[in-house]
Design a binder for this molecule. Structure first.
Ligand SMILES: Cc1cc2nc3c(=O)[nH]c(=O)nc-3n(C[C@H](O)[C@H](O)[C@H](O)COP(=O)(O)OP(=O)(O)OC[C@H]3O[C@@H](n4cnc5c(N)ncnc54)[C@H](O)[C@@H]3O)c2cc1C
Length: 448
């Protein structure tokens, strides 16, 4: 399927400037499309202010406005029919050694930030599968990595600077602002335009990544937490066939000076003898180092390297969060659909996320298992399968990833968020006229 057919198949309107998805990651698509090319934004008006004052001017001037980050979301969460604002020019990085924090402009991507803080002896607690995304866009949608003890990326936010609908600048911090802060971090772009983010820093650390092949799912029945807790960050990949994880990626945090040694077997799975891509048949060149070779946290925690196209490139993504303690049951429930799922799937990834207190977080007050699907770009088929997966997961109160594709009805989605009423009140306080509301929010949060 060529790019034009792909866009058609995912319901997007093709508007010129087609760029191959197989191009290197540095080549961004034209600004009116998201990264995957399955969404054509409904406006070409993208404001690119150079500083905070200009952000305030744009916000005051526009009656409708939506912040957009690095455009990696697969649905219309960042869309606007009138104006988008990109913070790409707000790219300063300020490290505070005393407070052990870094404050970044909202345009900064993790891949730009990580080497800078590592050079000063620091690390972030976790990263997503790819470093190409902006910090502000990632926290807005509760983007996560893996690890039983690791909260999602929004949990390392210590403070935010936000321009609210009337152009006012507010500062919210974990220490001082309690509930307001907990409501604003996973803000879904609705609270205001985030201009600066302060993140907690850890001392830098080394990670060694080892991949095992063919873990029988039966092992999860009794060893679920032991398997997902076998490393600092653990991911299982599956194509849902043969009741197994095709690959297990274990990212182990090393103590200073520790030499890494990995066992040849892991619950019956065999250690890989060569570097692998999670999608069978894809070249592993774009993946971070494996085979137990130690390296800095930011070159091991993501699966994909910064200067390569992450994942497949031409794809769609979906993800559901269920309670971790019912994780195995949920996996078995989805497995029943394997013969419908596998033909349209590149790969599924299973990860864990520690519970947090951020109101709109997909891990709000719930240790979670995330069941992720990287789909082939076949939207017509995928949109038939999603309601079936959602029906299978209904007993587990699934929360869909805010930035990925789902078909869960709004009333079921809203029921998953105990603080939704408080979140709406917070949004109303800072945006009484609905300047930052868009169709995605109207449909999913304001329909009932
Ligand atoms: C190949 C690939 C791999 C992925 N892997 C993972 C993964 O491992 N884990 C995971 O959880 N997700 C993953 N994602 C999803 C991705 O993390 C989310 O889509 C994330 O939100 C992308 O950030 P962005 O900067 O591209 O934001 P965008 O998609 O541009 O925007 C997302 C949201 O953030 C808001 N926003 C952006 N900037 C601001 C701002 N300055 N102020 C206020 N709101 C703002 C937007 O309004 C929108 O609501 C992946 C996506 C891709 C394409």
């Amino acid at each position: 399927m060529n790019k034009r057919e792909f866009l058609k198949s995912t319901g997007a309107i093709v508007a010129g400037g087609l760029i191959s998805r197989l191009a290197p990651a540095q080549q961004q698509p034209a600004p009116h499309e998201n990264w995957a090319g399955n969404i054509t934004y409904s406006t070409d008006h993208v404001h690119t202010p150079a500083n905070l004052d200009e952000v305030r001017e744009v916000v005051k001037r526009c009656s409708k406005l939506r912040a957009v980050g690095s455009r990696h979301s697969f649905n219309r969460i960042a869309d606007s029919t009138q104006n988008q604002i990109s913070l790409e020019h707000l790219n300063q990085i300020d490290i505070d050694d005393k407070a052990r924090t870094v404050t970044v402009g909202a345009g900064i991507k993790y891949g730009q930030l990580a080497p800078v803080i590592d050079g000063r002896g620091y690390a972030l607690h976790n990263l997503a599968s790819l470093p190409h995304i902006s910090v502000a866009g990632a926290i807005a949608t509760a983007t996560h990595g893996s690890g039983i003890h690791n909260g999602n990326l929004a949990t390392e936010v210590r403070a935010l600077e936000i321009v609210t609908a009337n152009g006012e600048v507010i500062h919210l911090s974990r220490e001082k602002d309690g509930d307001q802060f907990l409501g604003a971090v996973v803000g879904l772009g609705a609270v205001g335009v985030v201009t600066r983010v302060t993140l907690d820093l850890l001392p830098t650390f080394q990670v060694a990544q080892t991949v095992y092949q063919n873990l029988n799912f039966n092992e999860l029945a009794h060893n679920f937490d032991a398997i997902f807790g076998a490393g600092y960050s653990v991911s299982l990949f599956t194509d849902w066939q043969h009741h197994q994880a095709t690959q297990v990626w274990i990212k182990r945090k090393l103590q200073s000076g520790e030499k890494h040694e990995s066992a040849a077997e892991f619950y019956g799975a065999k250690r890989a003898t060569e570097k692998l891509h999670p999608i069978t048949g894809h070249a592993a060149e774009s993946c971070t180092e494996q085979m137990g070779v130690a390296g800095p946290w930011y070159e091991r925690l993501p699966h994909f390297k910064m200067n390569f196209t992450p994942s497949s490139g031409r794809e769609l993504q979906t993800e559901y969060f269920v309670p971790r303690e019912r994780g195995y049951e949920a996996i078995l429930a989805v497995e029943k659909l394997r013969d419908q799922i596998t033909p349209h799937l590149f790969v599924t990834e299973l990860r864990t996320i520690a519970a947090d207190h951020l109101w709109m977080s997909t891990a709000y007050e719930r240790d979670s298992l995330a069941i992720h699907f990287t789909w082939k770009p076949e939207w017509d088929a995928v949109k038939q399968i999603l309601p079936q997966i959602e029906a299978q997961l209904r007993p587990f109160a699934p929360r869909p990833h805010w930035a990925k594709l789902f078909t869960l009805p709004p009333e079921l989605l809203e029921a998953q968020y105990a603080r939704l009423g408080d979140f709406k009140a917070l949004v109303k306080q800072h945006d009484p006229g609905g300047k930052f509301r868009n169709e995605f929010l109207d449909t999913n949060l304001y329909a009932t």
